[in-house]
Write a protein that binds this ligand. Structure first.
Ligand code: MF3
Ligand code: CO
Length: 250
């Protein structure tokens, strides 16, 4: 396993790629409303990507058929945007997206409520986001990957939520998925040592019920096995000699 250390030039390209992705997320957020077909989010993302003369790293990834993933309620990740599926008041919707700028990948996900949502769903969204911020407090040169994993797990477990174990965070750079893997659950092994210049996608996926997941027949959509709502929050970060830099937030 080897983890790439980005040069100053590469870090600048990662910054640009991720800043653009953060802007795209803000544009997509504005569209969320009851009645919206989930394909409309994909169309808006594809338009943004085309207009900015960048590329989607999701489209055609292992045959994935869209530019973004849109995962509603019990869908954890990798929901395929659809003409038939419309957002409804009370839903929670996770949008996961990435772009490639001059060969450098960004990756980030957000979860939103549609209209008025229940307090327990809002709390799930908020604590999933908070878990990311707790996790990255440990994302410092000299720490190990497991320090991030354990910080996320320690934060989430007291709420009684289910942590998804089948999917994990990852390095990101000239590929969407690079070493190391970054689990969101407690680790026995320390894992790789973090160094300045690593760029990582940290992405807790948290279920209101149990953490077990299943795959739908489309071979993409990952759902909570118990049907409970699920939230996802992800940013690409840069390890530095001090606090990590969150590249995909503006
Ligand atoms: N963004 C996902 C991740 O965080 C990857 C999506 S792959 C796709 O790793 F094929 F669904 F696009
Ligand atoms: Co990711």
């Amino acid at each position: 396993m080897s983890i790439s250390i980005k040069s100053p030039r590469e870090i600048e390209l990662m910054r640009i790629s991720n800043r653009m992705l953060a802007e795209m997320h803000l544009e997509l957020e504005k569209l969320i409303e009851p009645g919206l077909p989930t394909i409309a989010l994909d169309e808006a993302a594809a338009k943004f990507i085309k207009e900015h003369e960048v590329e989607s790293n999701f489209l055609n990834y292992d045959g994935y058929p869209a530019s973004i993933c849109v995962s509603v309620n019990e869908e954890v990740v990798h929901g395929i945007p659809s003409k038939e599926k419309r957002l409804q008041e009370g839903d929670i919707v996770a949008i996961d997206a990435g772009i490639i700028y001059k060969g450098y990948h960004s990756d980030a996900a957000r979860t939103y409520g549609v209209g008025k949502i229940s307090a327990d769903r809002q709390k799930l969204i908020d604590e999933t986001r908070n878990a990311f911020f707790e996790g990255i407090k440990a994302a410092r040169a000299g720490n190990h990957v497991s320090d991030i994993s354990n910080a996320i797990a320690d934060y989430i477990e007291p709420f009684g939520y289910g942590i998804v174990r089948e999917l994990v965070g990852h390095g990101v750079g000239t590929s969407l998925h690079e070493d190391p893997q970054i689990p969101n659950f407690r680790q026995k092994r320390r894992g790789a040592k973090l160094e300045a210049g690593m760029t990582l996608a940290v992405e807790p996926m948290i279920n209101l019920g149990r953490g077990d997941v299943e795959w739908l027949d489309d071979d993409w959509t990952v759902v909570a096995a118990d049907g409970s709502p699920s939230a996802h929050y992800e940013n690409t970060i840069l390890i530095t000699d001090g606090d990590p830099e969150i590249l995909s937030l503006i």
